[in-house]
Design a protein around this ligand. Sequence first.
Ligand SMILES: *[C@@H]1O[C@H](CO)[C@@H](O)[C@H](O)[C@H]1NC(C)=O
Ligand SMILES: *[C@@H]1O[C@H](CO)[C@@H](O)[C@H](O)[C@H]1NC(C)=O
Ligand SMILES: [Zn+2]
Length: 990
Amino acid sequence: MAVRSLQLAAAFLCIFNAGSFPLDPQTAQPATCGYESCHATRPDMLNVHLVPHTHDDVGWLKTVDQYYYGDRNDIQHAGVQYILDSVVDQLLKNPDRRFIYVETAFFYRWWKQQSSSMQQTVKQLVNEGRLEFVNGGWCMSDEATTHYSAVIDQMTMGLRFLNDTFGPCGRPRVAWHIDPFGHAREHASMFAQMGFDGFFFGRLDYQDRARRRTMREQELLWRASDSLAPPVADLFTGILPNGYNPPPGFCWDQSCDDPPIRDDPDLEDYNVDDVVQRFLAIANSQALVYKTNHIIMTMGSDFQYENANLWYKNLDKLIHYVNAQQADIGTVNVLYSTPSCYLQELHRANLTWALKTDDFFPYADSAHDLWTGYFTSRPALKRYERISNSNLQTCNQLEVLGGPGSRQGPFGKGDSQTMKKAMAVAQHHDAVSGTEKQHVADDYARRLADGWRHCQVLVSNSLAALSGSSAERLYCDNLNISVCPLTEASKQFSVNVYNPLARPVTWPVRLPVNGTSYVVSDAKGKSVECQVVPVSAATREVRKNRGFAVNELVFQVQAPPLGFTTYSVSLLQDGPPPASTRHRTPTAIQNKFLRVTFDPDTGLLSSLSNLETKQTIKLTQNFFWYNASDGNNSLSNQPSGAYIFRPNSSTPFIISRTARTESVQTAALQEVRQSFAPWASQVVRLYSDSRALELEWTVGPLPIQDDLGKEVITRIDTSIKTSEYFYTDSNGREVLQRKKDFRPTWILWQSEPIAGNYYPINSRAFIKDDVDQLTVVTDRSQGGGSIKNGSLEIMLHRRLLYDDVRGVAEPLNETSSIFPEGLVVRGRLLLSLDRPPSAADAHRPLAQEVVLQPLLTFTDGALPPNTRLEFSGLQAALPPAVHLLTLTQWDEDSVLLRLEHQFQSWESKLNSQPVTVNLQKLFSTLELLGVSELNLSANQWKDEMRRFHWTPQTGEQPPLKKFQDASVWEVTLRPMEIRTFLLRVSLRQS
Ligand SMILES: *[C@@H]1O[C@H](CO)[C@@H](O)[C@H](O)[C@H]1NC(C)=O
Ligand SMILES: *[C@@H]1O[C@H](CO)[C@@H](O)[C@H](O)[C@H]1NC(C)=O
Ligand SMILES: [Zn+2]
């Protein structure tokens, strides 16, 4: 007890000092953060690392603002500002105490509101390792439905704030994804390249967990790339013992009911012995399923520590009494710790670790509870997030290319920061995942729209600077449903096409118009082929009264790399009439690359041929729906919901065996419009220059009058002999092989034959045999599977009537003011048929074109005579293997550049080779004054990056290959490598 009162006296001094005076010079020691600030451990004992933490969702049941301020506590009691206030206060009371903080989106807000003396105090805590940041991104991203480009951006933003604010002591050493619902290999690869020493998470398949417990493989080495030379993408990975919660009986938050430690022996209900006994029992049993004499306990949970005194007061006592009772014969040592301190001990143990090369999808928490529904939940938000990423990259690039005038120019003040934050928030594991409440989903969308408005001003300013014309530019964000007031009304207008890719693209443009005939000419004044076609019934239906065009003007644009070109469009008075539609199914449509045939009786697709490679497959495609389980089921009462996919039967219902069709066949485009039901239609479309077949689907409102929840899929059945394999991308990057009813690391007991075979598809999936590969490129993240040989199904839309009891407490039943009867969703799949050895040469660039699509802006009337109609920010297109991933302003005179090799080492004869790029010969308008290389998240200089080395059980010691560039400017990229550079630049006057 004496020890204890001494500690309290010291703590009292601390509070006094921290108030309004600078810190006592005696306590203000030189920074000892990071691994050096860890408490000592006992090599002869079992060391229990208590990690006080809070899990603060960047939006879920409440919006990110409501969570920050603690608003709407009637929905959920949670207020992040109070958590941070309270934790800092409590940390000051006892220097032994530790806390980790994760979500920079919240910390950043709180920091801005603190006085400078409070900021000093917090800096001191960070410098002493008492407050430690882990993960450190703007949010804790979802892993199934996010695209790597947006994940890298959101991590960069959070980690930059931490470095700018705290320097090296603010740099997180571990990645921490305690809540995401399954784990992507590409995330692990990115975390390794961001310099993290290790990674911890909480959720994995219950069967996998059981096996790993017995084998003591809950800590492992994840080799997260099959292309990058080890250990570049090796990430030590730890699975937390109890999700991210405290052990049962030890939750001392104000939101918990566990008994506090009552340590007055004079009182009736003294319980110290009981608490210590229970704790030792838990610790000893936990130690049985881990490898070392160190174990970790997460002392916290969702939005806990709002009144941190409760937690810390009891933790202080727990540590004191457990260690005191053990003083003589002790076997267990308890300490305040952090994930990095725990990781350091695992590293010191110098063991070998099980090697894992696949991923942690899908995630099931019991036999009938597969978290594979959220791969598709809220398909409209998922598409909006993806297109927002494209728009943000364009905004970033134009901020650099247009110079300072893009932020302040003829159209006012614009910025990319608002959009960056909105996109970062949208990566959260309850945002783009679709697992938030409806009002929160609306808030994410509103943020993206607001961000885009800020970017539009910037883009207009930048294009004005680059083109020399300040004519007003209009944006048409609803072209997918043929709505654009300007093109609908104007007799003469111009279209500026900005291409964010570093190679030229050809892209089909469809504009809503009311005339019947137009001339379209390119930047050189040459007229280009165009076609007017009638707007389809499905489009009129979905746009409602938001637009009135009767026709669409269709033409192909060709845009230069990282630049724009301009097309002018004029109405022709006495031109030819628009194409007419025919009400008969054509036997085939084709262009010079592809031919597709239809079954005249059903109106469905019947085959697909690649005319260049002379290959043909049988292919039919139709729409089906699974009847969502309502929870009334003999096997389990789990319903389908926002997270979980649980069809009532493994046989989906067909919406219609036949399609009513009409067709339009012209030189510029061929399309067959299929209608399956008032709520399901599709256009099968081939543009004259396209190597991919487009399937534009429109699904909704899903009928629920029959009280059945519906999960709609499109299914493609082919003659390809797939032998139960299919392939999906991980976060839009490396491809993973999937096999039906199979997991690479354990013997699967398959209890959900459909949902248990679903995987996330971020940008593409394919099926193949020795001669044919069919690749499907998606325009957003979706779930899908290959249930039968030769077949690939993709879930497009879901409408459910029950909550799935994972916390969101709402059925996924989306309506809006425009669609009170249920959301209608439209999207596209692109199909490409290739020979397997060279298929990646086709689908990699195809997927990139959908991820980063051209931005169209419109100007009414004729452009002023001296307008510059064409511009490229590059001296020349980048080689096909190289993707320009990031170009964004960093500060006044520097820009951040990421170049990426976009092929895996095995997938292309042509492109899976190292490529060298000369940075000085890259940009046409930027003079490079200096270059430094950074880690992937741009918060550490590459040459200062040191990571823990871990040895896999295979015993192999990968040779640490050091590659040398030819010069500082000539950088070589190897398959799947991303390199991040900070360039000091000045704008060349052009
Ligand atoms: C780790 O183990 C290896 C082999 O078991 C041994 O050679 C090496 O010296 C050990 N390293 C340390 C730091 O103990
Ligand atoms: C991190 O911040 C420090 C101090 O603010 C700065 O000097 C350093 O360059 C930053 N590091 C990186 C990689 O930006
Ligand atoms: Zn969460």
